[in-house]
Design a protein around this ligand. Structure first.
Ligand code: HEM
Length: 371
Protein backbone atom coordinates (compact mmCIF):
# COMPACT_ATOMS: atom_id res chain seq x y z
CA UNK A 1 0.00 0.00 0.00
CA UNK A 2 1.16 3.55 -0.74
CA UNK A 3 1.22 6.17 2.04
CA UNK A 4 -0.87 9.38 1.85
CA UNK A 5 0.88 12.45 0.38
CA UNK A 6 0.38 16.13 1.25
CA UNK A 7 -0.58 18.54 -1.54
CA UNK A 8 2.18 18.70 -4.18
CA UNK A 9 3.02 20.95 -7.13
CA UNK A 10 3.70 19.16 -10.39
CA UNK A 11 6.35 18.74 -11.75
CA UNK A 12 8.54 19.42 -8.68
CA UNK A 13 6.44 17.44 -6.19
CA UNK A 14 7.19 18.70 -2.69
CA UNK A 15 10.67 20.05 -3.39
CA UNK A 16 9.61 23.70 -3.60
CA UNK A 17 7.75 23.64 -0.30
CA UNK A 18 10.53 21.59 1.28
CA UNK A 19 12.90 24.47 0.52
CA UNK A 20 10.50 27.19 1.71
CA UNK A 21 8.49 25.75 4.60
CA UNK A 22 9.58 22.25 5.61
CA UNK A 23 7.98 22.37 9.09
CA UNK A 24 4.57 23.32 7.69
CA UNK A 25 4.90 20.58 5.07
CA UNK A 26 5.75 18.02 7.76
CA UNK A 27 2.81 19.15 9.90
CA UNK A 28 0.49 18.88 6.92
CA UNK A 29 1.74 15.34 6.25
CA UNK A 30 1.40 14.38 9.92
CA UNK A 31 -2.27 15.40 9.82
CA UNK A 32 -2.82 12.73 7.12
CA UNK A 33 -1.60 9.86 9.30
CA UNK A 34 1.35 8.49 11.26
CA UNK A 35 3.25 7.61 8.05
CA UNK A 36 3.16 9.77 4.93
CA UNK A 37 5.09 10.23 1.71
CA UNK A 38 6.96 13.16 0.18
CA UNK A 39 8.23 13.60 -3.38
CA UNK A 40 11.65 15.19 -2.85
CA UNK A 41 14.68 14.66 -5.10
CA UNK A 42 13.86 11.00 -4.50
CA UNK A 43 10.86 9.42 -2.89
CA UNK A 44 10.75 9.82 0.84
CA UNK A 45 8.61 8.35 3.57
CA UNK A 46 8.17 10.04 6.95
CA UNK A 47 6.84 8.70 10.25
CA UNK A 48 6.75 9.99 13.78
CA UNK A 49 5.09 7.43 16.06
CA UNK A 50 7.20 5.74 18.75
CA UNK A 51 6.81 2.45 16.80
CA UNK A 52 8.19 4.13 13.68
CA UNK A 53 11.12 5.57 15.62
CA UNK A 54 11.92 2.11 16.99
CA UNK A 55 11.54 0.57 13.50
CA UNK A 56 13.89 3.08 11.83
CA UNK A 57 16.43 3.65 14.61
CA UNK A 58 16.59 0.03 15.74
CA UNK A 59 17.88 -1.52 12.50
CA UNK A 60 21.22 -0.24 11.21
CA UNK A 61 21.48 -2.99 8.58
CA UNK A 62 18.20 -2.13 6.91
CA UNK A 63 18.36 1.65 7.30
CA UNK A 64 21.71 3.03 6.16
CA UNK A 65 23.16 6.50 6.61
CA UNK A 66 25.14 6.71 3.41
CA UNK A 67 23.09 8.35 0.65
CA UNK A 68 20.75 9.97 3.17
CA UNK A 69 20.44 13.70 3.84
CA UNK A 70 23.37 13.96 6.28
CA UNK A 71 25.74 13.47 3.33
CA UNK A 72 24.55 16.80 1.86
CA UNK A 73 26.42 18.77 4.54
CA UNK A 74 30.23 18.58 4.09
CA UNK A 75 30.61 19.19 7.84
CA UNK A 76 28.76 15.94 8.57
CA UNK A 77 29.73 13.89 5.51
CA UNK A 78 32.46 11.82 7.21
CA UNK A 79 33.36 9.90 10.34
CA UNK A 80 30.73 8.22 12.51
CA UNK A 81 27.83 9.88 10.73
CA UNK A 82 28.76 8.11 7.49
CA UNK A 83 30.02 4.85 9.01
CA UNK A 84 27.69 1.89 8.49
CA UNK A 85 27.08 -1.28 10.45
CA UNK A 86 29.00 -3.40 11.35
CA UNK A 87 32.02 -1.00 11.49
CA UNK A 88 29.81 1.58 13.20
CA UNK A 89 29.52 -0.52 16.37
CA UNK A 90 33.30 -0.82 16.67
CA UNK A 91 33.80 2.93 16.20
CA UNK A 92 31.20 3.73 18.84
CA UNK A 93 32.83 1.27 21.22
CA UNK A 94 36.06 3.26 20.77
CA UNK A 95 34.45 6.66 21.36
CA UNK A 96 31.61 5.99 23.82
CA UNK A 97 33.79 5.64 26.95
CA UNK A 98 35.14 9.21 26.68
CA UNK A 99 31.63 10.61 26.09
CA UNK A 100 29.87 8.62 28.83
CA UNK A 101 28.16 10.56 31.58
CA UNK A 102 30.81 10.13 34.27
CA UNK A 103 33.91 11.27 32.38
CA UNK A 104 31.90 14.11 30.87
CA UNK A 105 30.83 15.28 34.35
CA UNK A 106 34.52 15.67 35.17
CA UNK A 107 34.59 18.53 32.63
CA UNK A 108 32.06 20.54 34.65
CA UNK A 109 34.59 22.83 36.42
CA UNK A 110 36.29 23.71 33.14
CA UNK A 111 32.98 24.45 31.41
CA UNK A 112 31.85 26.48 34.44
CA UNK A 113 35.00 28.57 34.25
CA UNK A 114 34.54 29.35 30.54
CA UNK A 115 30.91 30.29 31.13
CA UNK A 116 31.59 32.53 34.15
CA UNK A 117 34.32 34.32 32.23
CA UNK A 118 32.01 34.86 29.26
CA UNK A 119 28.84 35.96 31.09
CA UNK A 120 27.36 38.97 29.26
CA UNK A 121 26.38 42.23 30.91
CA UNK A 122 23.68 44.50 29.46
CA UNK A 123 21.76 43.69 26.28
CA UNK A 124 22.76 40.68 24.20
CA UNK A 125 21.40 38.31 21.56
CA UNK A 126 21.13 34.82 23.04
CA UNK A 127 21.72 33.17 19.66
CA UNK A 128 25.07 34.80 18.95
CA UNK A 129 26.17 34.68 22.60
CA UNK A 130 25.35 30.96 22.77
CA UNK A 131 27.24 30.24 19.55
CA UNK A 132 30.33 32.03 20.87
CA UNK A 133 30.29 30.35 24.26
CA UNK A 134 29.77 26.89 22.75
CA UNK A 135 32.79 27.43 20.49
CA UNK A 136 34.87 28.40 23.53
CA UNK A 137 33.61 25.40 25.48
CA UNK A 138 34.45 23.06 22.58
CA UNK A 139 37.95 24.52 22.43
CA UNK A 140 38.46 24.22 26.20
CA UNK A 141 37.12 20.66 26.51
CA UNK A 142 38.38 19.07 23.28
CA UNK A 143 41.86 20.64 23.33
CA UNK A 144 42.30 22.19 26.79
CA UNK A 145 42.36 25.46 24.86
CA UNK A 146 45.36 24.39 22.75
CA UNK A 147 43.66 25.00 19.40
CA UNK A 148 43.36 28.32 17.57
CA UNK A 149 39.92 29.69 18.49
CA UNK A 150 39.80 31.71 15.25
CA UNK A 151 40.37 28.55 13.16
CA UNK A 152 37.51 26.81 14.95
CA UNK A 153 35.26 29.86 14.41
CA UNK A 154 36.16 30.03 10.67
CA UNK A 155 35.49 26.33 10.27
CA UNK A 156 32.12 26.36 12.03
CA UNK A 157 30.85 29.68 10.61
CA UNK A 158 29.13 28.17 7.50
CA UNK A 159 26.85 26.22 9.84
CA UNK A 160 25.41 29.54 11.08
CA UNK A 161 24.38 30.68 7.59
CA UNK A 162 20.96 29.94 6.05
CA UNK A 163 20.56 27.12 3.53
CA UNK A 164 22.03 26.39 1.03
CA UNK A 165 25.29 27.93 2.37
CA UNK A 166 26.03 24.99 4.75
CA UNK A 167 25.79 22.59 1.78
CA UNK A 168 28.60 24.26 -0.20
CA UNK A 169 31.88 22.36 -0.47
CA UNK A 170 34.85 24.25 1.02
CA UNK A 171 37.97 22.25 0.20
CA UNK A 172 40.42 24.99 1.24
CA UNK A 173 38.77 25.61 4.59
CA UNK A 174 38.60 21.88 5.29
CA UNK A 175 42.28 21.47 4.38
CA UNK A 176 43.24 24.29 6.78
CA UNK A 177 41.10 22.76 9.51
CA UNK A 178 42.56 19.29 8.94
CA UNK A 179 46.10 20.66 9.13
CA UNK A 180 45.32 22.52 12.36
CA UNK A 181 43.82 19.33 13.81
CA UNK A 182 46.82 17.26 12.69
CA UNK A 183 49.06 19.68 14.61
CA UNK A 184 46.87 19.89 17.72
CA UNK A 185 45.84 16.26 18.19
CA UNK A 186 49.23 14.66 18.95
CA UNK A 187 49.75 17.36 21.59
CA UNK A 188 46.28 16.96 23.13
CA UNK A 189 46.73 16.80 26.90
CA UNK A 190 45.42 13.69 28.65
CA UNK A 191 42.65 15.55 30.42
CA UNK A 192 40.74 16.64 27.31
CA UNK A 193 38.31 14.98 24.90
CA UNK A 194 40.80 15.22 22.04
CA UNK A 195 42.64 12.24 23.55
CA UNK A 196 39.78 9.96 22.51
CA UNK A 197 40.53 10.82 18.86
CA UNK A 198 44.32 11.05 19.06
CA UNK A 199 45.17 7.42 18.33
CA UNK A 200 42.06 6.59 16.34
CA UNK A 201 42.51 5.75 12.63
CA UNK A 202 40.72 8.60 10.85
CA UNK A 203 40.73 10.54 14.12
CA UNK A 204 41.03 13.92 12.35
CA UNK A 205 37.84 13.35 10.34
CA UNK A 206 36.14 11.99 13.42
CA UNK A 207 36.91 14.96 15.67
CA UNK A 208 36.01 17.40 12.88
CA UNK A 209 32.59 15.75 12.61
CA UNK A 210 32.09 15.72 16.39
CA UNK A 211 32.90 19.45 16.64
CA UNK A 212 30.48 20.15 13.77
CA UNK A 213 27.70 17.94 15.15
CA UNK A 214 28.08 19.49 18.60
CA UNK A 215 28.15 23.14 17.62
CA UNK A 216 24.93 24.65 16.26
CA UNK A 217 22.82 21.90 17.88
CA UNK A 218 23.99 22.87 21.37
CA UNK A 219 24.11 26.62 20.64
CA UNK A 220 20.54 26.82 19.35
CA UNK A 221 19.17 24.71 22.21
CA UNK A 222 21.00 26.95 24.66
CA UNK A 223 19.60 30.11 23.06
CA UNK A 224 16.02 28.85 23.45
CA UNK A 225 16.73 27.77 27.00
CA UNK A 226 17.96 31.26 27.92
CA UNK A 227 15.00 32.84 26.13
CA UNK A 228 12.52 30.77 28.16
CA UNK A 229 14.10 31.33 31.58
CA UNK A 230 14.51 35.05 30.81
CA UNK A 231 10.82 35.27 29.86
CA UNK A 232 9.71 33.38 32.98
CA UNK A 233 12.39 33.59 35.73
CA UNK A 234 10.26 31.35 38.01
CA UNK A 235 11.56 28.50 35.86
CA UNK A 236 14.87 28.82 37.75
CA UNK A 237 13.05 27.53 40.84
CA UNK A 238 11.70 24.55 38.89
CA UNK A 239 13.46 21.19 38.41
CA UNK A 240 16.16 22.43 36.02
CA UNK A 241 16.62 19.06 34.29
CA UNK A 242 12.90 19.17 33.41
CA UNK A 243 13.27 22.72 32.04
CA UNK A 244 16.13 21.52 29.82
CA UNK A 245 14.05 18.52 28.69
CA UNK A 246 11.15 20.77 27.81
CA UNK A 247 13.42 22.90 25.61
CA UNK A 248 14.78 19.74 23.95
CA UNK A 249 11.20 18.54 23.40
CA UNK A 250 9.82 21.73 21.82
CA UNK A 251 12.94 22.61 19.85
CA UNK A 252 14.82 19.43 18.95
CA UNK A 253 17.84 20.77 17.05
CA UNK A 254 17.90 17.49 15.10
CA UNK A 255 14.33 18.07 13.87
CA UNK A 256 14.66 15.45 11.11
CA UNK A 257 16.81 12.36 10.74
CA UNK A 258 17.27 10.45 7.52
CA UNK A 259 18.27 7.00 6.30
CA UNK A 260 18.13 5.02 3.04
CA UNK A 261 16.31 1.67 2.87
CA UNK A 262 18.88 -0.99 1.88
CA UNK A 263 16.13 -3.49 0.93
CA UNK A 264 12.42 -3.52 0.11
CA UNK A 265 10.52 -3.49 3.38
CA UNK A 266 7.19 -2.39 4.82
CA UNK A 267 5.70 -0.79 7.92
CA UNK A 268 2.04 -1.31 8.85
CA UNK A 269 1.25 -2.49 5.27
CA UNK A 270 2.94 0.57 3.74
CA UNK A 271 5.53 -0.44 1.15
CA UNK A 272 9.01 1.01 1.47
CA UNK A 273 10.95 0.17 -1.71
CA UNK A 274 14.73 -0.19 -1.59
CA UNK A 275 16.48 3.18 -1.99
CA UNK A 276 13.63 5.19 -0.41
CA UNK A 277 14.67 8.05 1.89
CA UNK A 278 13.33 7.04 5.27
CA UNK A 279 12.79 9.99 7.61
CA UNK A 280 12.03 10.24 11.32
CA UNK A 281 11.17 13.54 12.94
CA UNK A 282 11.76 14.35 16.60
CA UNK A 283 9.93 17.64 15.88
CA UNK A 284 6.72 15.81 14.92
CA UNK A 285 7.07 13.15 17.62
CA UNK A 286 7.55 15.78 20.30
CA UNK A 287 4.48 17.76 19.21
CA UNK A 288 2.15 14.78 18.78
CA UNK A 289 -0.98 15.33 20.90
CA UNK A 290 -1.33 11.54 21.20
CA UNK A 291 1.89 11.53 23.28
CA UNK A 292 2.00 14.96 24.95
CA UNK A 293 -0.80 17.03 26.50
CA UNK A 294 -0.96 20.64 25.26
CA UNK A 295 2.02 19.79 23.06
CA UNK A 296 2.90 23.33 22.00
CA UNK A 297 2.84 24.76 25.57
CA UNK A 298 6.09 25.15 27.56
CA UNK A 299 5.31 22.96 30.61
CA UNK A 300 8.39 21.37 32.23
CA UNK A 301 6.15 19.76 34.86
CA UNK A 302 5.09 17.23 32.21
CA UNK A 303 8.45 15.50 32.80
CA UNK A 304 7.24 14.44 36.27
CA UNK A 305 5.10 11.88 34.32
CA UNK A 306 6.73 8.84 32.69
CA UNK A 307 8.30 9.67 29.31
CA UNK A 308 6.77 7.69 26.40
CA UNK A 309 9.26 5.03 25.21
CA UNK A 310 10.74 6.10 21.82
CA UNK A 311 8.52 9.20 22.10
CA UNK A 312 11.19 11.58 23.44
CA UNK A 313 14.11 11.42 21.02
CA UNK A 314 15.96 14.77 20.95
CA UNK A 315 19.23 12.81 20.70
CA UNK A 316 17.69 10.02 18.54
CA UNK A 317 17.96 6.56 20.11
CA UNK A 318 19.43 3.12 19.52
CA UNK A 319 23.00 2.50 18.41
CA UNK A 320 23.25 5.80 16.56
CA UNK A 321 22.07 7.82 19.50
CA UNK A 322 23.93 11.14 19.79
CA UNK A 323 27.54 10.70 20.91
CA UNK A 324 27.48 14.07 22.66
CA UNK A 325 24.19 13.95 24.60
CA UNK A 326 25.82 13.95 28.07
CA UNK A 327 28.16 16.71 26.94
CA UNK A 328 25.30 18.82 25.58
CA UNK A 329 23.24 18.32 28.74
CA UNK A 330 26.18 19.33 30.90
CA UNK A 331 26.73 22.51 28.89
CA UNK A 332 23.02 23.41 29.05
CA UNK A 333 22.83 22.81 32.80
CA UNK A 334 26.07 24.67 33.56
CA UNK A 335 24.99 27.75 31.62
CA UNK A 336 21.53 27.64 33.19
CA UNK A 337 23.06 27.57 36.69
CA UNK A 338 25.38 30.46 35.84
CA UNK A 339 22.42 32.68 34.85
CA UNK A 340 20.39 31.86 37.98
CA UNK A 341 21.36 35.05 39.82
CA UNK A 342 18.12 36.92 39.18
CA UNK A 343 19.60 39.38 36.67
CA UNK A 344 18.25 37.96 33.40
CA UNK A 345 15.22 39.38 31.57
CA UNK A 346 13.76 39.11 28.06
CA UNK A 347 13.69 42.13 25.76
CA UNK A 348 12.25 40.71 22.53
CA UNK A 349 13.04 38.66 19.47
CA UNK A 350 11.52 35.89 17.44
CA UNK A 351 11.72 32.41 19.01
CA UNK A 352 9.60 30.65 16.35
CA UNK A 353 11.52 27.62 15.07
CA UNK A 354 12.99 27.71 11.58
CA UNK A 355 14.36 24.54 10.02
CA UNK A 356 17.80 24.49 8.41
CA UNK A 357 20.43 21.80 8.93
CA UNK A 358 19.39 22.15 12.55
CA UNK A 359 16.35 23.83 14.05
CA UNK A 360 17.10 27.49 14.89
CA UNK A 361 15.17 30.44 16.28
CA UNK A 362 13.72 32.56 13.43
CA UNK A 363 15.23 35.79 14.72
CA UNK A 364 17.59 37.06 17.37
CA UNK A 365 16.54 36.43 20.99
CA UNK A 366 17.20 39.76 22.70
CA UNK A 367 17.88 39.44 26.42
CA UNK A 368 19.31 41.65 29.16
CA UNK A 369 21.56 40.75 32.08
CA UNK A 370 21.41 43.59 34.59
CA UNK A 371 24.70 45.25 35.65
C1 HEM B 1 21.55 19.76 22.15
C2 HEM B 1 22.56 19.32 21.42
C3 HEM B 1 22.50 18.14 20.49
C4 HEM B 1 21.42 17.56 19.86
C5 HEM B 1 19.95 17.97 19.95
C6 HEM B 1 21.93 16.44 19.08
C7 HEM B 1 21.14 15.58 18.34
C8 HEM B 1 21.62 14.48 17.65
C9 HEM B 1 20.81 13.55 16.93
C10 HEM B 1 19.27 13.63 16.78
C11 HEM B 1 21.64 12.62 16.38
C12 HEM B 1 21.23 11.42 15.51
C13 HEM B 1 21.27 11.80 14.06
C14 HEM B 1 20.86 10.62 13.20
O1 HEM B 1 21.63 9.67 13.09
O2 HEM B 1 19.75 10.62 12.65
C15 HEM B 1 22.99 12.95 16.76
C16 HEM B 1 24.10 12.25 16.38
C17 HEM B 1 25.38 12.63 16.68
N1 HEM B 1 25.76 13.66 17.53
FE1 HEM B 1 24.53 14.94 18.48
N2 HEM B 1 23.29 16.37 19.23
C18 HEM B 1 23.68 17.38 20.10
C19 HEM B 1 24.96 17.64 20.55
C20 HEM B 1 26.07 16.94 20.19
C21 HEM B 1 27.41 17.17 20.71
C22 HEM B 1 27.74 18.22 21.76
C23 HEM B 1 28.25 16.31 20.05
C24 HEM B 1 29.72 16.11 20.19
C25 HEM B 1 30.40 16.47 21.22
C26 HEM B 1 27.43 15.52 19.14
C27 HEM B 1 27.92 14.54 18.30
C28 HEM B 1 27.14 13.69 17.57
C29 HEM B 1 27.66 12.62 16.72
C30 HEM B 1 29.14 12.32 16.48
C31 HEM B 1 26.57 11.96 16.17
C32 HEM B 1 26.60 10.77 15.22
C33 HEM B 1 26.43 9.50 16.03
C34 HEM B 1 26.41 8.23 15.22
O3 HEM B 1 26.01 8.25 14.04
O4 HEM B 1 26.80 7.20 15.80
N3 HEM B 1 26.13 15.92 19.26
N4 HEM B 1 22.95 14.08 17.56
Amino acid sequence: MKPPFPRAQPPVGHLGRWGREPLQLLEEGAALGPVFGLRLWRSAIVGYSPDWNRFVLGNLDLFRSRGSMSGLSPHLAAGLVQTEAPEHRQRRAELNPAFARQPIEALAPRIGEVVRRGLPVGDFDAVSWSSGIVREILCATFFSGAFPQSMLADFLRPLDAPLPVPFLRRPLLFRRMNRALERALPAAPDDCLGVAFRDLPGGVDEIRVALSAGYDTTAHTLAWLLHHVASDPELFAHDRAAVVNEVLRLYPAGWLGSRRAAEDTSFDDIDIPRGTLVLYSPYLTHRDPALWWEPTAFRPERFADPIPAWGFVPFAAGERTCLGSSFARLVLRTVLDAFADGRLSAVGGDPRPKAGITLAPSGPLNLRRAE
